[in-house]
Design a protein around this ligand. Structure first.
Ligand SMILES: Cc1cc2nc3c(=O)[nH]c(=O)nc-3n(C[C@H](O)[C@H](O)[C@H](O)COP(=O)(O)OP(=O)(O)OC[C@H]3O[C@@H](n4cnc5c(N)ncnc54)[C@H](O)[C@@H]3O)c2cc1C
Length: 321
């Protein structure tokens, strides 16, 4: 089988490669012909692509610049596909829309948000969350080419990333047609990175905190403990917290050593953001809250009492130092 992993200049390649490697593990094991395509014009992006994908034989560089329209990216991808004819294309989690649109253009089958890819005697299978992450489905997509995008909360390959110094690098010119519909286009400067995804300790406030003031207190406690603070979608919708702080399917996926949730029920779309958390502590007044099923330690009680006790402790620690 010939497969291509697609990275673009918009991807944080070092961060996404682990999830791509987890998906391609089964292909590497069966010595499939693996290529990495890098659509971008930065030297770092190319070097990272060449270094980060385990088992690749060829890196194809297509220098699409920052001013290109999505149509230019798709034209270039379509041309690459027609020339190189992979049976399987794997996109990063951030490129689900590109994957879908490319599949339509090349008459392929597309599945987005894929967590695991494997092969058994009946062929390839793909595991991915469905119904807003309330269930996991295993599909056997029959159509080819098969176009997949990774889940942003999918497993990260534990295997050491191979140094693929032997990978050949081939350059292919981009297809840059003029599309008259775009009259003016200004790219916004990318937002500063949110510390949530890198933080070792994350406190998360949910609707059970009861008010914007209590969420602000939780944020202050997180700062005092040297951690970061996130929220559920319900807390953000109530206007207590910034939508940029949402954890879960529609927000950030944490990689914290320790995550403590206060007044969070543990709905499936929220829990999708905690799959890579090492230790989870949950505080909730309802002993039947679903969050306790996933928690390493659970505390049934009033989140505000717990918050107050921890604030006092942080204050005492400050005085001691
Ligand atoms: C397509 C889609 C995507 C979504 N994506 C996300 C997402 O990315 N992130 C996300 O968070 N949600 C997401 N949601 C919403 C999600 O389904 C839940 O509605 C949300 O996570 C609930 O937030 P919550 O736990 O704060 O609130 P609730 O579910 O209302 O839970 C509040 C909890 O607080 C407890 N509580 C109340 N008072 C106290 C107290 N004094 N002390 C302790 N505990 C108390 C209650 O027992 C309850 O368990 C999504 C939904 C959809 C449909």
């Amino acid at each position: 089988m010939k497969a291509a992993c697609v990275f673009t200049r918009e991807d944080d390649i070092l961060k996404t490669a682990g999830r791509i490697n987890a998906l391609t593990g089964a292909l590497v094991a069966e010595s499939a012909l693996l290529e990495a395509w890098y659509l971008g014009d930065t030297k770092e992006g190319l070097a990272e692509t060449a270094r980060c994908v385990a088992g690749i034989g060829t890196v194809v560089r297509c220098p699409v610049g920052s001013g290109a329209l999505p149509e230019n990216w798709l034209d270039s991808l379509e041309a690459l596909y027609r020339e190189r004819q992979p049976e399987l294309l794997i996109f990063t989690a951030g490129s689900g829309a590109l994957a879908t649109r490319l599949a339509v253009r090349i008459g392929g089958t597309c599945l987005t948000g894929c967590r695991t890819l494997g092969r058994d005697t009946d062929g390839l299978w793909v595991r991915r969350p469905v119904y807003n992450s309330h269930a996991d489905a295993v599909s056997r997509p029959q159509g080819r080419p098969l176009v997949l995008s990774a889940s942003k909360a999918g497993p990260v390959s534990e295997s050491p990333v191979e140094e693929t110094e032997q990978a050949a690098i081939t350059e292919v010119g981009p297809v840059l047609k003029h599309y008259g519909y775009c009259l003016d286009r200004k790219l916004k400067a990318s937002r500063a990175k949110n510390p949530l995804e890198e933080a070792k300790l994350v406190l998360v406030g949910g609707r059970g905190l009861g008010s914007r003031e209590n969420y602000a207190r939780l944020k202050q406690l997180a700062r005092a403990w040297g951690g970061a603070c996130g929220c559920t979608r319900a807390a953000a919708i109530n206007g207590w917290a910034d939508v940029a702080d949402i954890i879960g399917q529609s927000g950030h996926v944490l990689r914290a050593e320790l995550c403590i949730t206060l007044g969070v029920s543990g709905a499936a779309p929220f829990m999708a953001g905690l799959e890579n958390v090492k230790n989870l502590v949950a505080v909730n007044s309802d002993p039947d809250a679903p969050v306790f099923k996933a928690a390493d330690y659970g505390l049934v009680g009033d989140a505000l009492e717990v918050l107050e006790a921890w604030e006092k402790q942080a204050e005492e620690q400050k005085d001691e130092n």
